[in-house]
Write a protein that binds this ligand. Sequence first.
Ligand SMILES: [Zn+2]
Length: 247
Amino acid sequence: MIDEQLLRYSRQIMLPQIDISGQQRLLDSIALIIGVGGLGSPVALYLAACGVGEIVLADDDRVELKNLQRQIIYNSHQLGTVKVESAAAALGSLNPEVRVSVIADRISGDSLRKNIERADVVIDATDNLASRLEINQQCYATRTPLVSASAIRWEGQLSVFDSRQQDSPCYQCLYGRLGEVGQSCSENGVMGPVVGMLGCMQANEAVKLLTGAGSTLTGRVLMLDALSMDWQSIRLERDPACSVCGS
Ligand SMILES: [Zn+2]
């Protein structure tokens, strides 16, 4: 690591759980962020700021006026532009050292699998169930850790599914237990700082997965009601009858 890197990352290198070796691991890592909206914006910004070596952004949307209330990686000059390209520009000016690659597509099938296989961590920041279930399947099949979050209105939930661990549940286990939320923020609305908080926590879990610091949310689901500011952490066991990870 060169002096400039030691300085740029000094405040996190000071943390004994990160240190030089943890920073080097971040610099050597690849993070795949699927969905660059309200959740994906802070995830991408924080992972780029902290020096994750390569960030792959996947999203098929363009920047719209109604996005700017919460998708803080974009600005008013970028209306109508391809989201992943504008997001890549933002990351490039924040930290030119990070390699950013973009997929301006809703990835699925082979392309999804290939990109998940390459990644050290996957961030699910999508807004639809079909994508979530497929991302979960591919992460399980390739034993790639998955950081998943969702937010609607003033509420959010967050968990980590780490199929490298024998007893880790998967997203399908959670879905089987809670049932489909089946709601979208286009119909129900969502508060910007709420998705922001959830996205920041996804970035923090990703850093822990990449560096080995602390313990992650694997086996727990964190649920936030930001209107009353109540946090709840519920245990999530692996479902032996799960169609993805069950025996
Ligand atoms: Zn499962």
